[in-house]
Ligand binder design. Structure first.
Ligand SMILES: O=C(O)CCC(=O)C(=O)O
Length: 356
């Protein structure tokens, strides 16, 4: 059964959008897969517009009626060019020398090890972590000894935690310097995908905690400043080695989610439909209560799996692919789950603002 979210074009919408650029709308799953095979920029069941949008149009189309809107090629920040560099083939994003100068800043990290029999195979996560540790400890002119020592102790403790028979969790949270993400990204370059570090995620890291110059590279978009009262509730940076994943949840405020590097798939549900799916999963777990944003319990174990299957195995749920410079408006109360889309171990970066 389809959700109450309408998949067909709304009467009059195209004429309303015509004032600021090209608009497209997929009405059938089939049209989505056709566009996927040609330009990989699909959106199933969500309105999309190309280029910059003026505030009045945005209010009329998305903000006032509380409807998601994909704004393609609409948000390029100084960070897009200053923070990253690309391999000659253009396929492997990594960090620029400018970003490297912030290597000792501390950020909140998550690390997830998939629970699977793969653990017993060569190149399992433990072996990759050990290879990373060995690589870290090799002399390297760019790495400062105190940072190496900090990273060594963090990686050793991740390895110990994941090996501990007393620890049923495959999900860890810790603080570490930016140097860890930089080093992991360098380690992955030129490595086969099954030998790369993955699932390392600086998730929901408060933008205001970034050092001034980095914060300045991500100025709040006009939509965030002017569509509502201009009240920024919170803003976050998301920096990870693919795959990255955020389970089903809803945010307490409207969200403008912008992609910087790599791509992400976002599955979106109306408040009603998300409530039903979430309640169903909680019931299966014998629990009740509301979703906490990225609560530990939803990041691991059975809850993670049930939430994942309920959202990602249902072909009728709307899905959007966000690419660099795309932005997705997620109205308050709309449930969503987010997964990176691309080669394992590649860098993925996004930024978002919750505002009202
Ligand atoms: O990018 C992600 O992994 C999650 C983003 C998200 O859930 C949000 O902005 O609310």
């Amino acid at each position: 059964m389809l959700s109450s979210f309408r998949l067909g074009p709304r009467p009059g919408l195209n004429s309303r959008l015509a004032s600021f650029g090209h608009v497209s709308h997929c009405t059938k799953r089939q049209s989505r897969s056709q566009s996927t095979s040609t330009d990989k920029r699909y959106h199933f069941g969500v309105e999309a517009a190309e280029g910059k949008i003026d505030i009045d149009s945005f209010r009329r189309i998305a903000w006032d009626p509380k409807i998601p809107l994909l704004l393609r090629a609409s948000h390029k920040f100084p960070a897009n060019e200053k923070w990253f560099r690309f391999s000659e083939k253009g396929s492997y994003p990594s960090f620029s020398p400018y970003f490297l100068s912030f290597a000792d800043e501390i950020l909140p990290y998550e690390f997830t090890i998939p629970r699977s029999p793969l653990h017993n195979r060569p190149n399992s996560e433990h072996e990759i972590l050990s290879a990373f540790l060995e690589w870290l400890l090799r002399p390297h002119e760019d790495r400062e000894p105190p940072l190496i020592a900090a990273m060594e102790s963090i990686v050793k403790s991740i390895i110990n935690e994941t090996r501990s028979p007393n620890n049923p969790s495959n999900f860890q949270q810790f603080e570490a310097p930016v140097a860890l993400m930089i080093a992991a990204c360098q380690f992955n370059e030129n490595r086969e995908s099954d030998k790369r570090l993955k699932n390392l995620y600086v998730a929901q890291s408060d933008l205001s905690h970034l050092p001034g110059p980095l914060f300045g590279d991500l100025p709040a978009p006009d939509i965030v400043k002017h569509a509502g009262k201009g009240d920024i509730y919170s803003s976050s940076i998301w920096l990870g080695l693919q795959p990255t994943y955020t389970p089903l949840h809803r945010d307490p405020n409207p969200n403008l989610f912008c992609q910087l590097v790599g791509s992400k798939k976002i599955r979106l549900m109306t408040p009603d439909r998300g409530d039903r799916i979430y309640a169903h999963v909680r019931k299966e777990l014998g629990l009740n209560g509301n979703s906490r944003f990225r609560g530990t319990e939803m990041m691991e174990g059975r809850e993670r799996q049930l939430l994942h299957d309920a959202v990602w195995n249902d072909a009728t749920i709307s899905e959007v692919l966000v690419n660099p410079t795309d932005a997705l408006f997620i109205p308050m109360g709309w449930w969503h789950s987010v997964a990176s889309n691309g080669a394992e171990g590649n860098l993925n970066a996004s930024v978002n603002w919750w505002f009202r």
